[in-house]
Design a protein around this ligand. Structure first.
Ligand code: ADP
Length: 477
């Protein structure tokens, strides 16, 4: 029996005996089994997290002690870096270089970054109009937090949530995506090894039903979710019972606007990298290239050439640029959308179909002649499919970039400083990249406008997601 549930400090299997497989996307072969948590385990985890919230072993820690534990988690991630990277590549499919640098490296950064904040969670005093009154604010933990994560950067996105939640003194129940639970299991083992008290970090492996039970549970105070916009909407509805705090990082359809004076080499390289990183399985992936008509043919030709030189293969193979998609279901989704591009009249420059490899591979694909109303221009593909649209003037480019329900990220490519900031100001997106691809950093806020979500993760903003502000008034009379 798989003991991948961690509840109140004990590793256990599901009482029902239910389990599920997780697959190596490079081969399609199952490589591990996990317990499938049901309602009894959800109840148990919520009770354990609730009991730990006010326990002396957690609430009684001094800020430096709590910071020390978070810092130790970062150190343990470094000590196990290669093992974690290999596991992420096996479970998620990503090239090992991305697993090492981004999935493992940035996860350790997150724990250290928020370790630094533990000793700096200040309140404020305000100059009130009332005489003889002292007022101050405190930041208190929200309580029991359900952290529901997706399959594209499983361990890293878990750290976006676990690190600030713990820094602020909450207790958590982590529910990783059913496609990619294994590095989260390992990360929680490392949290235990670092000295996180029993019940403070709990882990429930399982699928959408497990997530739903957490979101509906009256004993959960907050949900932090990263995933699809559709599931985000379901979470908002389901969390209304006890009016949970909800933060959401959802889908995107990031425009990348190439102005006529752009450095074309940099724009092509950055757009291809920003569009195909992790095989396009990135919520901020550049997925609509809006290219000025004067550059469009040259841009498309160079994109197709750059994409044609990329090596598709298992993430563990040296020299792989593009790994597989995460699952058979997701491969079918990307394939269907690429076909819709052809059916709706876009011109396929390269790729467009599954690759002739075992596992869930899709060829890197470039479409030109894309219209705004095509599905490939409107829907989130989350795969290695680049779409090139042309425009004639800047205002038109901005209006079309903003003609989407999403607003997570955008890019602009230009040598003109004024134009760069004009466009950055006008696009409706939580993050704008000027002349660069689309990384994240623990210190920089990350969040979406519109249907891309609620709230900012990373940076100091995440502290607001995991604390309640209490205002205390005292009569000095
Ligand atoms: P995808 O459809 O690509 O798998 P989702 O956004 O549905 O993406 O899934 C992201 C995470 O949300 C996963 O951990 C999944 O198990 C969980 N999940 C799916 N549906 C629900 C739901 N209704 N309530 C809570 N969690 C859910």
């Amino acid at each position: 029996m798989s003991k991948t549930l961690f509840i109140g400090g004990t590793w256990q299997s599901a009482a029902s005996g239910a389990e599920f497989d997780t697959f190596d996307p490079a081969t399609g072969v199952a490589h591990a089994r996990c317990a499938d948590a049901g309602r009894p385990e959800v109840d148990e985890a919520v009770a354990a997290a609730r009991a730990a919230l006010d326990s002396p072993s957690w609430a009684g820690l001094t800020p430096p002690e709590r910071a020390g534990i978070l810092w130790r988690i970062g150190d343990l991630i470094d000590e196990h870096a290669e093992e974690l990277a290999q596991l992420e590549t096996l479970d998620q499919g990503q090239p090992i270089g991305i697993a090492r640098m981004v999935s493992v490296g940035r996860t350790a950064d997150h724990f250290r970054y928020y370790a630094g904040w533990v000793t700096k969670l200040y309140g404020e005093t305000a100059p009130l109009s009332h005489p003889n009154v002292l007022q101050y604010t405190k930041r208190e933990p929200v309580g029991v937090c359900a952290l529901i994560t997706p399959w594209n950067f499983p361990m890293l996105i878990a750290s976006w949530k676990i690190a600030p939640a713990l820094a602020c003194g909450n207790t958590v129940i982590v529910k990783p995506a059913e496609q990619t639970p294994m590095t989260t299991v390992r990360l929680v083992q490392l949290c235990q090894e670092a000295g996180i008290p029993d019940g403070v970090v709990n882990l429930l492996t399982g699928g959408p039903e497990t997530g739903r039970a957490l979101v509906e549970h009256p004993g959960v105070d907050k949900v932090s979710f990263t995933g699809s916009t559709e599931t985000g909407r379901a979470i908002v509805r389901a969390s209304a019972g006890n009016l949970k705090r909800v933060s959401l990082e959802l889908g995107g359809k990031a425009p990348s606007i190439v102005l006529p004076d752009a450095d074309l080499d940099a724009a092509v390289e950055g757009c291809v990298q920003g569009g195909l990183f992790n095989s396009g399985q990135v919520c901020a992936a550049y997925s609509r290239f809006l290219v000025h008509r004067s550059l469009a043919d040259e841009f498309a030709e160079r994109c197709a050439k750059a994409v044609g030189q990329m090596r598709l293969g298992p993430g563990s193979a040296p020299g792989t640029d593009l790994g597989p998609l995460v699952s058979a279901d997701h491969l079918a989704h990307v394939d269907a959308l690429a076909r819709s591009g052809v059916d709706e009249g876009a011109t396929l420059l390269t790729g467009g179909s599954r690759a002739d490899l075992p596992g869930y591979f899709f060829q890197p694909t470039v479409f030109t002649g894309v219209r705004d109303d095509m599905r490939i221009a409107r829907e989130e593909i989350f795969g290695p499919v680049l779409t090139i649209l042309t425009y004639d003037d800047e205002d038109e480019a901005i209006a079309r970039a903003n003609d989407t329900e999403y607003g997570l990220a955008a890019a602009v490519w230009t040598r003109d400083l004024a134009a760069a900031h004009r466009v950055a100001g006008a696009v409706h997106a939580g993050t704008v990249f000027i002349n660069m691809p689309n990384p994240t950093d623990a210190a920089a806020p990350w969040g979406g406008f519109g249907a891309s979500g609620w709230g900012n993760e990373m940076g100091s903003g995440a502290l607001g997601l995991y604390t309640e502000v209490k205002s205390v008034w005292t009569s000095l009379a």
